[in-house]
Design a protein around this ligand. Structure first.
Ligand code: ZN
Length: 427
C-alpha cells in the first residue's frame, strides 16, 4: 500500500469509529457494569461470550484447571479456585494469506474498595466530562472494548482481513495470569500478540520481572534482663538488609537497558514485610521478612534466584551464629519473568506506524516496571508481544478509576488500522 492509500484507509477507519461512538460507549459501559474482581469473573465471562457470538466470532469458553497449572504454579501462584472463572476466545477467520494476530485483554479487576471514596458509583460506568468512571474501566475493560470496536470498524468499512484474528478475554491477570497462560497452553497461537493494557497510547515493549520470597532468620530467645544470653533475630537481619540495599545500588549502577535507564531505580528491592518478636521483654528468636526484587529483560529467573541467595548466604557466612543457623529462603506467590519484544520488531513497527497515521505523532516507546500477561505470550507462547492501549495505569487501582472516552476512540482507530496492515486486507 502506498503512503496515500494508507492515509486514506486511516481516514476511512477513523470515520467509521467516530460514527460508532454511541455503540462503543454502550459496549464499554456494559462491560464495566458487570463486577469481575479476580476470582469471581464468571458473570463477566458470560457477558463477554455474548458479545463475541453477536459478532459471529467462533467462540470458546473455558476455565483453567488445577491440573493444567500444576507445573506452572511458580509463575502464576496459588489460586483461590478455578471453577466458573470463564476465559473466552473468539476467532475471526481471515480470507487467507495474511499474518495472524492474538488480541488479549484481561477481564478481572482489583476490588473496588470502599464505595464512599468514589465520587461515582464504581459499577455505574457514568460518563462525566468525557471520562467513563468505574472499576475496571481503565484496567482493562477499555482494552477489551478496543479489540471488538476495532473489528466492528473494519466490518463497517467493508474490509475483510487476510489473516486470522483471535480475541482472548482472560481471567486472573491481577493474580499471576492463569487465563493468559491457559490460553497459550490450550494452543492458541498467532504470528504476534497485542495486549491492550492502559499505556496511555505508548508502545510498551518490555515488562520487568519480579521475584518474591520469604526470609526466615532464627535467633535464641532470652529474658530481656539477661538479653546477652539470647541472640536477636532482628539484629542478625540488619546486615542482610543493608547488603540488599547495596545489591540494589550495585545493580542500578551496572545494569544497562535502553528502556529502563530512564528510571532512577530500575531494579528496586523492597523489604515489604518484617515480623519479629512477640514481647517487649523477650529477645526475638525468629524474624520473617517478605521481600520483592525486580529484574530486567535479559536476566534469567533461575540464575537471578541464585544470585540473591548467594548474597544473603555470603553475609550469613561472616557471622558465627548465622553460619551455624543459616537463614532460610522460601519462594511464594507468582514469580514474574521479565520479557521483551525488540522495539524494532515488525510488530512494534506496525503499531507505531498505525499510531502515526491516526494521530500524526510518534508513539512513545516505553518499558513497564511491573509484570503483566505479555510475559506468558512471549515466554510460554513463543510469540512476539507488546502492549498498547488507552488509559492511565496510575488511576487503575484507585477510587474513581476512569477512562478518557476520546483516548479510547483513538486506541480503537489505531488498533483497527494496525489489524488492516498486519493481517492484510483481502481484495
Ligand atoms: Zn491490567
Amino acid at each position: 500500500m502506498s503512503g496515500n492509500e494508507q492515509q486514506a484507509l486511516a481516514d476511512r477507519i477513523s470515520q467509521a469509529v467516530d460514527a460508532a461512538r454511541e455503540r462503543i460507549l454502550g459496549l464499554h459501559r456494559s462491560y464495566v457494569q458487570v463486577r469481575s474482581v479476580t476470582g469471581t469473573e464468571g458473570p463477566m465471562g458470560l457477558r463477554v461470550a455474548e458479545t463475541f457470538r453477536a459478532r459471529g466470532l467462533e467462540t470458546e469458553t473455558w476455565a483453567a484447571t488445577a491440573e493444567e497449572m500444576q507445573g506452572y504454579l511458580e509463575h502464576v501462584g496459588e489460586q483461590p479456585g478455578y471453577e466458573g472463572r470463564w476465559n473466552v476466545a473468539g476467532k475471526q477467520r481471515g480470507a487467507g494469506g495474511g499474518r495472524s494476530i492474538l488480541l488479549n485483554a484481561h477481564i478481572d479487576t482489583v476490588p473496588e474498595g470502599d464505595h464512599s471514596l468514589w465520587s461515582q458509583p464504581p459499577f455505574a460506568a457514568n460518563l462525566v466530562t468525557g471520562r467513563i468512571y468505574g472499576r475496571g474501566s481503565c484496567d482493562m475493560k477499555g482494552g477489551l472494548t478496543t479489540h471488538l470496536a476495532a473489528l466492528d470498524a473494519l466490518a463497517a468499512c467493508g474490509l475483510r482481513l487476510k489473516g486470522d484474528v483471535t480475541v482472548a478475554a482472560t481471567v486472573g491477570e491481577e493474580d499471576g495470569g492463569i487465563g493468559a497462560l491457559s490460553t497459550v497452553l490450550r494452543g492458541y497461537r498467532a504470528d504476534a500478540a497485542l495486549v491492550t493494557e492502559p499505556t496511555q497510547l505508548a508502545l510498551v515493549t518490555a515488562c520487568e520481572g519480579s521475584l518474591v520470597f520469604r526470609l526466615t532468620i532464627t535467633g535464641r530467645s532470652a529474658h530481656a534482663a539477661t538479653r546477652d544470653e539470647g541472640v536477636s533475630a532482628l539484629e542478625k537481619f540488619i546486615p542482610i538488609f543493608q547488603d540488599l540495599q547495596h545489591l540494589e545500588q550495585e545493580r542500578n549502577a551496572t545494569l544497562r537497558h535502553p528502556l529502563y535507564d530512564v528510571f532512577a531505580n530500575k531494579v528496586p528491592i523492597n523489604v515489604g514485610v518484617v515480623r519479629a518478636g512477640n514481647w517487649a521483654s523477650t529477645v526475638p528468636e525468629i524474624l520473617e521478612a517478605e521481600i520483592r526484587v525486580g529484574f530486567l529483560p535479559g536476566e534469567e529467573l533461575e540464575p537471578f534466584k541464585r544470585l540473591v541467595a548467594e548474597r544473603i548466604m555470603k553475609v550469613a557466612a561472616q557471622d558465627p551464629w548465622l553460619r551455624a543457623h543459616p537463614p532460610v529462603i522460601t519462594y511464594f506467590g507468582g514469580q514474574f519473568i521479565a520479557a521483551e519484544t525488540p522495539a524494532h520488531s515488525p510488530l512494534a513497527g506496525a503499531i507505531r506506524a498505525a499510531h502515526r497515521r491516526v494521530t500524526g505523532r510518534e508513539a512513545p516507546v516505553e518499558a513497564a516496571t511491573y509484570g503483566a500477561d505479555m510475559r506468558h505470550f512471549i515466554v510460554f507462547g513463543g510469540m512476539p508481544c507488546v502492549m498498547y492501549g488507552a488509559g492511565d495505569i496510575r488511576v487503575a487501582h484507585a477510587p474513581d478509576e476512569y477512562l478518557e472516552f476520546e483516548e479510547l476512540l483513538t486506541a480503537v482507530k489505531v488498533v483497527a488500522l494496525f489489524l488492516a496492515e498486519w493481517c492484510g486486507v483481502a481484495e
